[in-house]
Design a protein around this ligand. Structure first.
Ligand code: PMT
Length: 346
């Protein structure tokens, strides 16, 4: 099967996780919030299939291509309000940062596991999907045959070549999620598999992960009926445990971890990035503001160093992508990480 074709879908409601009142509702036990979460929430039914595909991918690159592997997370998680989901809470992320970054990682010789919100932007196809153009606008009819419209053909050829190169070298695997539960379980499984790569594994966590969720034990099985709630719906959400420390300390302790910090108030961005580094003890935070995220970002490291990366107005007007500047820098941090690990093991 082609690695770019998915055999499972995450956006359909999972009937297997129909409400189970026997699941205890967060007992006051002495285990961490992260462990409690996995104890009280069922994994997605397709998870073993994903684990197999990812393990094969990792093995191939470990034993045959020798490429470093990056896990790029992308898009936003949903929080379903009903088990047979009609309504859910979502967020703004379209997956631009993740899909664009994945392309530059591939161009720079990495193999990419792309953990993305299903139906959000994908590497390569992003150039033609989710635009105001219909995909048919890229085509034209010549002598009873369909051809690519000349206005787009040159650029499309470049994208096509890169896409084919990624596919033929088995360098890109697409793994979908929709809900925050699917995301967390899949992140955990992939991280544990990637730990085999030791320092050659890189995590680039650009997904916008929900901070609040409705536990499975509290989720109604069927669509919430408006007449049952006297015209009001009050939703009591719980905080999603912070999994980054589990990733750093337990799931993939030899890997380099880059997280993103999104804020809308520029006065707190650096402070929040620093507190994430202190709390999770990982290696790098890339800070961005909602309003300017396509034009400027800041690298923040545990020693308090700030390094701003900006597109000039001219570059921005010419539709240059800031990820083209971000990824080589991330890779040089990763190379230093790999070098420091090989020194330790010598
Ligand atoms: O898709 P675009 O429109 O291009 O937007 C890109 C972006 C703005 C979403 C992206 O650049 C970005 O900033 N992503 C992180 C946004 C965020 O919500 O961060 P956070 O503070 O919730 O989480 C911090 C980090 O921990 C993130 O890397 C997140 O993936 C990770 N995390 C958070 C919670 C959790 N339970 N598990 C996690 O792995």
């Amino acid at each position: 099967m082609s690695p770019l074709k998915k055999s499972f879908h995450t956006s359909n409601p999972d009937a297997d996780t129909a409400i189970d009142r026997t699941i205890p509702d967060f007992p006051a036990a002495q285990i961490s919030d992260e462990d409690k979460y996995f104890k009280n929430h069922k994994p997605p039914s397709y998870l073993p299939e994903i684990e197999k595909e990812v393990a094969n991918f990792v093995e191939f690159h470990q034993n045959q291509s020798g490429k470093n592997i990056v896990l790029v997370t992308s898009g936003g998680t949903t929080v379903p309000l009903e088990n047979n989901t009609v309504r859910f809470i979502d967020n703004f992320s379209a997956g631009t940062r993740g899909a664009t970054s994945a392309e530059y990682f591939l161009e720079n010789g990495y193999a990419v596991i792309f953990l993305h919100r299903e139906f959000s932007l994908l590497p390569y196809s992003r150039h033609y999907s989710h635009t105001t153009n219909c995909f048919l606008d890229y085509m034209t009819e010549v002598n009873n045959k369909v051809e690519i419209n000349r206005d787009f053909a040159d650029e499309m050829l470049l994208v096509l070549r890169k896409y084919k190169a990624a596919k033929e070298s088995n360098s890109l695997i697409l793994i979908p999620y929709t809900t925050v539960n699917q995301y967390l379980y899949t992140l955990k499984s992939i991280s544990e598999i990637m730990e085999r790569l030791e320092s050659k594994a890189l995590f680039y966590l650009a997904a916008a992960v929900s901070d609040f969720f409705l536990p499975q034990s509290k989720m109604p099985q069927h669509k919430i009926q408006s007449q049952d709630h006297g015209g009001k719906l009050i939703i009591d959400l719980e905080q999603v445990p912070k999994f980054l420390s589990r990733l750093v300390d337990n799931w993939a302790p030899s890997a380099m971890v880059v997280s993103f910090k999104l804020e809308t108030d520029h006065t707190i961005l650096i402070k929040k990035a620093m507190s994430a580094l202190e709390r999770y003890s990982h290696q790098l935070v890339i800070g961005n503001l909602l309003q300017t995220r396509k034009k400027e970002i800041v690298f923040v490291t545990p020693d308090g160093h700030e390094d701003w990366v900006r597109l000039t107005d001219e570059q921005y007007a010419q539709k240059e992508e800031i990820e083209k500047l971000i990824i080589p820098k991330v890779i040089s941090y990763h190379q230093q990480w790999i070098n420091s690990h090989s020194l330790k093991t010598e």
